[in-house]
Write a protein that binds this ligand. Structure first.
Ligand code: SAH
Ligand code: SF4
Length: 378
């Protein structure tokens, strides 16, 4: 007897790949649109329920394909309305997803990797190390679960109005699996979200910022956190490969391709490290007269960290100075602290960490596993 061929998971497959999958089986590619609607808009896992497909196509799909979503291990509800889910990624590993409700929107913060290799010194995920990239199915599966579990808003809109890639992992180090997810988020056949409501947050993998501008230019947030290379080298180690000048150059190019829509610069407020007025001035000089907004993030502590959060007064003064210098600056409200769901607190379960030195080759190949994308020194 021959071994049974492995079924293909259709969850996370882009429309183009689904069309190819159908064409390879002699089926009409347009059925991809129907299948996308069933998978994402109606959250159906079973081909028998796809009643507008012919019986023979359903049988063919049952034979060669499946729809497998990541399983929820745990759900935690915060006093302030935030919800955190722990999704199993197999072998005892798990990643976290957070829903943050606000009066006018509902933001879902999703993970892209099991852990993170980039080792920013103030981040719980970085402290956990890196295990592996999430698949596209595991990434879009977080969104699909939240959208279908959460009740709609009072105006009938889905609970989730915005997606941010600010959970565990560096999305641009998992580029190959990120792109199909972005396409599904914005496609009318699946979630049909506006590109402005989908934000990729990156610590600054410059060649992939350039590539993203061409492939799927959603909103971009950049974790700057320091206005000098000397300090950024210490707290965001990827800066040693892609220093501030090259990062900002990529940002302005990205913004220009999106009719100069603003880029958000995240800046975590670390007491005595990056929170002085001189540093606010330095930051303002870097971003002056550019399509930039600054979002200050009060540092969220986690076990074992050596950093402390800047005082509320320091954060206020820092923000005021940026505004006096003509920048748009806001401070992120800390949410979900009681369930360890605030920015930078997501640790999930990460074991069997892979250790390697930060280098262009490692970021481009080992982490991403994608040989098409080279981390050239550009
Ligand atoms: N890897 C991506 C996205 C995930 S982190 C990135 O670095 O941008 C999302 C945001 O939370 C980033 O701006 C990150 O720097 C910030 N962050 C990390 N640890 C934090 C902490 N302990 N307190 C507050 N913000 C933190
Ligand atoms: Fe990774 Fe982002 Fe955390 Fe840095 S801040 S370690 S890039 S998840």
């Amino acid at each position: 007897m021959t071994a049974k061929a492995k079924k293909v998971n259709l969850l996370g497959m882009s429309q183009g790949d689904l069309e190819q999958f159908l064409a390879a089986r002699g089926e009409k590619p347009f059925h991809a649109r129907q299948i996308l609607q069933w998978i994402y808009q109606r959250a159906v896992d079973n081909f028998d329920e796809m009643t507008d497909l012919s019986k023979s196509l359903r049988a063919e799909l049952k034979e060669g394909a499946e729809i497998v979503a990541p399983k929820v291990e745990e759900r935690y509800d915060s006093k302030d309305g935030c919800i955190k889910w722990l999704f199993s990624s197999g072998s005892g590993q798990a990643v976290e997803t957070v829903f943050i409700p606000e009066p006018n929107r509902g933001t879902l913060c999703i993970s892209s990797q099991v852990g993170c290799a980039l080792d920013c010194s103030f981040c719980a995920t970085g402290a956990q190390g890196f295990n592996r990239n999430l698949t596209s199915a595991e990434i879009i599966g977080q969104v699909r679960h939240a959208i279908h579990e959460l009740p709609r808003r009072s105006n009938g809109d889905p609970a989730v109005t915005n997606i941010v890639f600010m959970g565990m992992g560096e999305p641009l180090a998992n580029y190959r699996n990120l792109i199909p997810v972005l396409e599904l988020l914005v496609s009318d056949w699946s979630y049909g979200m506006s590109r402005r409501r989908v934000t990729v947050s990156t610590s600054g993998i410059v060649p992939h910022i350039d590539k993203l501008a061409d492939d799927c230019n959603v909103a971009l947030a950049v974790s700057l956190h320091a206005a000098s290379d000397e300090l950024r080298d210490q707290i965001v180690p990827i800066n040693k490969l892609h220093p501030i000048n090259s990062l900002l150059e990529a940002c302005w190019k990205y913004a220009a391709k999106r009719s100069n829509r603003f880029i958000t610069f995240e800046y975590v407020m670390l007491r005595g490290v990056n929170d002085s007025i001189a540093q606010a001035n330095q930051l303002a000089s870097l971003l002056k007269n550019r399509p930039a907004k600054v979002n200050l993030i009060p540092f969220n502590p986690f076990p074992g960290t050596r950093f402390k959060r800047s005082s509320a007064a320091t954060i206020r003064h820092f923000q005021s100075r940026l505004r006096e210098r003509g920048l748009i600056a806001t401070t992120r409200k800390t949410r979900g602290e009681d369930i360890n769901a605030a920015c930078g607190q997501l640790a999930g379960k990460v074991s069997d960490r892979i250790k390697f030195r930060l280098s262009r080759k490692n970021i481009g190949h080992k982490i991403n596993g994608d040989r098409d994308i080279r981390m050239s020194s550009a």
